[in-house]
Design a protein around this ligand. Structure first.
Ligand code: FE2
Length: 191
C-alpha cells in the first residue's frame, strides 16, 4: 500500500470543487444571451473541468481514488446558473463569482505543506495561477456589467465592444496590483 500523502485531502477537495464549478458555470454559459459573458464564463468552466480531471488523475497516479463529495449547495447554484429570470449581474452576485482579490486569496496557503512532490507541485502551481487569472476575468466581467447597469459607462453597442471593456478593466486591475506590489517592496526596502 502506498503511503498516504498528507496533501491527498487537498487534491480531493480541489477535484470535487472544480467538478462542481464546471457544472454550474457550464450551465450558466449555456443560458446567457450575451456573447461576451458566455466567452468569459465558458473559459472559466472549461478550466474548472480540466482542473477536476487533472487532480483526479494525479490522485490516481499516486495510487488513490477520488472520493466524491457532494456540495449541499450545488442544487441551489445550478438553479441560479440556469435561471432565465436572473440577470448575469445577479448571477455573479448570487454565485459570488465576481469577487476581487481584495476579498482574500484562498490559494496562498496551499504550498505550506513542504512535503508536496514535484509533479503535484507543478500541477498545483499551474492551477493556482489559472485560478487567479480566472478570478481576474470574472471580476472584470462583473465590473463591466455593474458599470453598464449603474450608468457609469454607456452600454456597449456590440459584443466586441463589451469584450474590450472587460479587457480594459482586467488590465487596469493588473496595473493597480503591480503598483501596490511596487509600493509594498519600496516600503520594505526603506526599513
Ligand atoms: Fe476553481
Amino acid at each position: 500500500m502506498t503511503d498516504k500523502p498528507t496533501y491527498l485531502g487537498l487534491l480531493n477537495a480541489i477535484a470535487n470543487a472544480e467538478g462542481d464549478a464546471e457544472c454550474y458555470l457550464g450551465a450558466w454559459a449555456a443560458t446567457t444571451s450575451r456573447d461576451d459573458v458566455r466567452q468569459v464564463i465558458a473559459t472559466v468552466a472549461l478550466r474548472e473541468g480540466e482542473h477536476a480531471k487533472a487532480f483526479a488523475k494525479r490522485m490516481c497516479e499516486l495510487g488513490f481514488d477520488l472520493q466524491p463529495r457532494s456540495d449541499p449547495k450545488l442544487d441551489e447554484k445550478m438553479s441560479i446558473a440556469t435561471s432565465t429570470e436572473l440577470s448575469d449581474r445577479e448571477k455573479f452576485e448570487r454565485l459570488q463569482a465576481g469577487r476581487g482579490v481584495e476579498q482574500g486569496d484562498i490559494f496562498s496557503t496551499m504550498f505550506n505543506d513542504v512535503s508536496i512532490d514535484i509533479q503535484t507541485g507543478a500541477l498545483l502551481g499551474r492551477y493556482i495561477a489559472e485560478e487567479r487569472d480566472s478570478g481576474r476575468l470574472l471580476h472584470g466581467c462583473y465590473s463591466a456589467l455593474c458599470a453598464e447597469s449603474d450608468g457609469a459607462a454607456p452600454a456597449a453597442a456590440n459584443g466586441a465592444a463589451n469584450g474590450s471593456a472587460v479587457a480594459a478593466l482586467s488590465e487596469r486591475l493588473d496595473h493597480i496590483e503591480t503598483l501596490l506590489t511596487q509600493l509594498v517592496s519600496a516600503k520594505g526596502s526603506k526599513k
